[in-house]
Design a protein around this ligand. Structure first.
Ligand code: DGL
Length: 272
């Protein structure tokens, strides 16, 4: 395995860009191959079998690019198919649950931690189990927020958008009432709604971004294994999706702050 190979990152759609953004800041000389399964998003409402099948195909697509590490920048995949990927891939693998739970435990002061994610993630209790292993006295409050994924995929993410504010209030009210001081954005789509969520929860609540934490952790793994590239050139990520690229290009461009027109390639993920 060469350190010059790319890092493979995937998600059901746009969410994994929260990890890519951090990779680009932290490791600008690394090649990134990103796959967003926009033809089959959302994953979070699907059965465990289907999520495992999709995750296996997504990882196989990245392996075809000779990646040196696979990052499931997706809370749903990490929660449901993490063990399967970890045991079957020939390269280092990380999902988002462990690095994110670890940070939440480190930053909470009152031990009351909220976890928001997709229905599949919350149903698996992956974050809760991990947190309670690290901090047995923690109180964990979980909330599934499936509509957040649709808001993000459709670019309805602005903090002043009435629909965004309404949905945020609907999902977050109970957590606010429960007095959490830390909220895990346990689905990688949710950091794109960070400002709206923060406006509602208030300054005293720390939001832990699963995409960001995972990129930090993956960088550490690569460094420890001597797998960081020694290139001195700034690299541009390669983006692939499984449906038409246009919608992805415009929201991704907004989020990453770059012009993405005609930079995304459509592939047939069912072939993997
Ligand atoms: N971004 C994903 C996650 O972190 C998946 C959202 C979905 O496809 O439902 O869970």
């Amino acid at each position: 395995m060469s350190s010059q190979n790319a890092i493979g990152v995937f998600d059901s759609g746009l969410g994994g860009l929260s990890a890519v953004k951090e990779f680009m800041r932290l490791l600008p000389n690394e090649k990134i191959v990103y796959f967003g399964d926009t033809g089959r998003v959302p994953y979070g409402t699907r059965s465990r079998e289907t999520i495992k099948k999709y995750a296996t195909q997504d990882a196989a697509f990245l392996m075809r690019h000779g990646v040196k590490m696979v990052v499931a920048a997706c809370g749903t995949v990490s929660s449901v198919a993490g063990e399967l990927l970890e045991s079957s891939l020939p390269v280092p693998y990380t999902g988002v649950v462990n690095p994110t739970a670890y940070t939440a435990v480190r930053v909470t002061k009152n031990g009351r931690i909220g976890v928001i994610g997709t229905a599949a993630t919350v149903g698996s209790h992956s974050y809760k189990l991990r947190i309670q292993r690290l901090m047995p006295e923690a109180q964990v409050f979980e909330q599934a927020c499936p509509l957040f994924v649709s808001l993000v995929e459709n670019g309805i993410i602005h903090r002043d958008d009435q629909i965004t504010r309404l949905v945020v209030r609907r999902y977050m009210a109970q957590l606010k009432e429960n007095g959490v001081d830390t909220v895990i954005l346990g689905c990688t789509h949710f950091p794109l709604l960070r400002e709206a969520i923060s406006d509602y929860m208030g300054e005293g609540v720390t939001l832990v971004d699963s995409g960001y934490e995972t990129a930090l952790y993956a960088a550490k793994v690569l460094r420890e294994r001597g797998l960081l590239s020694d290139s001195t050139e700034t690299q541009s990520p390669s983006f692939y999706v499984s449906d038409t690229p246009e919608g992805f290009e415009s929201v991704a461009g907004l989020f990453l702050g770059r012009d993405m027109e005609h930079t995304v390639t459509q592939i047939d993920i069912e072939a993997y």
